[in-house]
Design a protein. Structure first.
Length: 69
């Protein structure tokens, strides 16, 4: 499945790489919301995808930090 592969890729990355990816995802979410507010967004389901990806990234970061302790 597509999401399983994405999570495996996230788990292979370091915490700093995950933090960078989290920042990029949050910027993308901001841009998508802005486009949606100005009626320029065609694919509104992309907002939901990005929100879930942000949650996945944060979950993997939390898991890595709890293992490090």
């Amino acid at each position: 499945m597509k999401t399983n592969k994405y999570v495996e890729d996230l788990q292979a990355k370091s915490v700093t790489e995950l933090a960078d990816e989290l920042t990029a995802a949050k910027k993308e979410l901001f841009n998508l919301r802005f486009q949606n507010a100005t009626n320029q967004l065609d694919n509104t389901s992309r907002i939901k995808e990005v929100r879930k990806n942000i949650a996945r990234i944060q979950t993997v970061i939390t898991q890595k930090n709890s293992v490090a302790e």
